[in-house]
Design a protein around this ligand. Structure first.
Ligand SMILES: Cc1cc2nc3c(=O)[nH]c(=O)nc-3n(C[C@H](O)[C@H](O)[C@H](O)COP(=O)(O)OP(=O)(O)OC[C@H]3O[C@@H](n4cnc5c(N)ncnc54)[C@H](O)[C@@H]3O)c2cc1C
Length: 589
């Protein structure tokens, strides 16, 4: 079985030192959240994920969730673990104290999300969608809906889902068919089928609150006619207690390549009673509150799975002896494979990507909090724009890198990675869904290029580039990091050129731009991770005397990233701007 130790040292380093965001530091709401408290929470979270949740990964993989007599049964150990999970208040970590939450910032909850993803993504998903649904209701529900549903969701005794996908509509939600018919009392009756619904049904909670996209009777076609409805599995009486069963049933659960402990359900809605959330025909934009935050968390899933894959590959490479290394001192037999240059390269590749991503994710968590809670609307909007720019990047880059890293981890294990005993191939299988759900990575790249770079709020990408330029300028003469600044500056120039190329072609050469989206996302993502490393380097050189081993490790890891990962930008740029003529004219037989 794969082993796991939560990387608390790195998380605490970011929490304490990567704090150059004045707007975040100014937030009154989080003034009391000091390093001691953060450390205490992370230590408790580490105990929980390492001891209680990690074993569930194997149990869920070997005993997938099953449907028996209309009841969805989770894998052995899930029920007991979930009970402890909610009793200890983990679901409520970042929820509003008004509804029973602990009100912790995303700068802490994102670390917890990472730990859970490392330990068992399948188990995590049962609470993840609840938090997503909670956020959506919090932002768009009426006061009476919030009062009725949120406290039990925050306690974790009711869970949540996100019901978008139907047999004929995944990416293109404009095609959705589920109907909502208004009743004289203002409620709606929903009829239709949703597929692939994560945690759509299970035996962990007494009720499930579905957030469902559907089309009201007189709604226009396409995405402009979609509304959002809250549909409880069990109806709630006026006094808040559980009533009779609503018209929602589980048709089947999917058999799938990974996350086998997670119930992925076909849900049939048969005149199910629902309540409209937000405005009629504006359901998609309300649902986006949930989806945008979710997309960042899916990126963090990729990061968490990458971390556990790296840890196991590193441990194995120290134990496994094969062949003599170039500088072998061994006189009797083989060296550990970690002594071979290529294995060291592969391990450093993983480590430099993971730690850079974690720093970027921490920066994004601060921006998200500013976008939600700052008093100054202008600052709030600026942060919100940066979050919207970085959301598709984090979702796609981290999950794609998760595929590379889990595959490389299998490679380091050799045949023992491909076979199932060590639990490494499961990480690859579990991660494989992350580039698909919450909007496929290709669709994220299209969203980034066609909707996020420049929008009604102005030149968002221009503002982000300006931010990096200012830091580069500030550090141009800064002793040790000068060389890193020069390298980043060179790749920033490519990002600028690529952005100009996109802007020129976005109206006149749409196919060229569409075919370049994935490459562009990678360029922006790698620059963003490089920029995060630059911030880490600045701190590392300043603080090296205080903790030589830790900061030397950071500096050497950053060197690898700048020498061997950032240059991927050259290829992405060249490939991206090569146009689409050949692609579009090619005759597939
Ligand atoms: C395990 C699992 C859990 C899930 N959980 C949920 C859930 O909780 N709730 C929910 O509602 N859904 C859920 N989904 C559904 C998931 O979000 C969809 O599978 C995903 O959005 C893609 O839709 P699709 O499968 O219909 O693929 P399609 O939309 O058919 O896409 C097929 C391919 O075409 C590409 N493509 C599509 N449109 C374009 C375009 N315009 N330009 C370029 N390329 C395009 C896609 O990138 C993809 O590669 C889940 C799916 C799985 C497998």
């Amino acid at each position: 079985m794969a082993t796991y130790t939560a990387p608390i040292n790195d998380m605490m380093f970011l929490f304490e030192k990567l704090r150059d965001n004045k707007d975040y530091n100014d937030l009154e709401k989080y003034k009391g959240v000091k390093a001691d408290l953060a450390k205490d929470i992370l230590e408790q979270a580490a105990k929980l994920t390492e001891n209680l949740i990690l074993p569930l990964a194997k149990s869920g993989d070997e005993n997938p969730t099953k449907l028996e007599n209309g009841i969805v049964i989770t894998p052995p150990g899930y029920k007991e673990a979930y009970k402890k999970f909610i009793e200890d208040g983990w679901i409520s970590l970042s929820c509003d104290p008004k509804y029973g939450g602990q009100g912790m910032p995303k700068t802490i909850s994102a670390f917890f999300d990472e730990m859970l993803s490392s330990a068992s993504l399948s188990f995590k998903l049962y609470s993840e969608l609840s938090i997503g649904a909670y956020n959506c209701i919090l932002h768009h529900g009426t006061d009476s809906i919030k009062k009725k549903y949120l406290p039990n969701m925050v306690k974790g005794i009711w869970s949540g889902t996100m019901c978008l996908t139907e047999p004929v509509c995944g990416t293109d939600l404009g095609l959705l068919k589920t109907k909502a018919t208004e009743q004289p009392d203002g409620t709606f009756k929903l009829t239709g089928q949703k597929i692939f619904i994560t945690s759509g049904d299970h035996d962990l909670t007494e009720n499930i609150i579905h957030l469902v996209l559907a089309r009201a009777a007189d709604a226009p076609a396409g995405t402009k006619g979609i509304s959002l409805f809250l549909v409880p599995k069990i109806k709630i009486k006026e006094d808040g207690s559980l009533g009779s069963r609503n018209g929602v049933s589980t048709g089947s659960i999917e058999s799938k390549m990974g996350i086998k402990g997670s119930a992925t359900c076909v849900l049939n809605f048969d005149e199910a009673v629902g309540y409209m959330i937000g405005l009629k025909n504006k359901g998609l934009s309300s649902m986006f509150t949930m989806m945008n935050l979710e997309r960042i968390v899916v990126g963090i899933q990729g990061l968490g799975i990458s971390e556990i894959a790296y840890q196991n590959a590193l441990n194995y490479s120290k134990e496994r002896k094969q062949g003599k290394s170039n500088n072998s001192k061994s006189t009797n037999g083989a060296d550990a494979i970690i002594d071979h240059a290529d294995i060291r390269r592969s391990l450093l590749n993983m480590k430099s990507i993971i730690e850079g991503e974690r720093a970027l994710s921490f920066w994004l968590a601060q921006q998200t909090e500013v976008s939600l809670h700052h008093n100054d609307n202008k600052i709030k909007q600026q942060a919100s724009d940066l979050v919207s720019l970085m959301t598709p990047v984090v979702k796609s880059l981290f999950t794609d890198m998760g595929m590379e890293i889990t595959s490389d981890a299998i490679q380091i294990f050799g045949g023992y990675g491909y076979t199932s005993d060590q639990g490494i191939e499961r990480l690859y299988r579990d991660n494989r869904i992350t580039p698909i759900y919450e909007g496929t990575n290709s669709v994220q790249a299209i969203d980034l290029v066609f909707r996020k770079l420049i929008n009604n709020n102005g030149n968002i990408i221009g503002n982000y580039i300006k931010l990096i330029k200012e830091d580069i300028e500030k550090n141009k003469k800064n002793g040790e990091i000068k060389l890193f600044t020069e390298t980043l500056s060179q790749y920033l120039k490519i990002l600028i050129d690529f952005t100009d190329w996109i802007e020129k072609g976005i109206k006149s050469s749409k196919d060229d731009v569409s075919a370049a989206c994935n490459d562009y996302l990678k360029v922006l993502g790698l620059v963003a991770v490089g920029y995060s490393w630059l911030k880490v380097l600045d701190i590392s050189y300043k603080e090296i005397k205080n903790n030589k081993e830790f900061f030397e490790d950071k500096i050497e890891t950053a060197k690898f990233f700048f020498d061997r990962v950032l240059p991927r930008i050259d290829t992405h740029y060249k490939s991206g701007i090569s146009g689409s003529k050949n692609i579009m004219n090619f005759k597939f037989n």
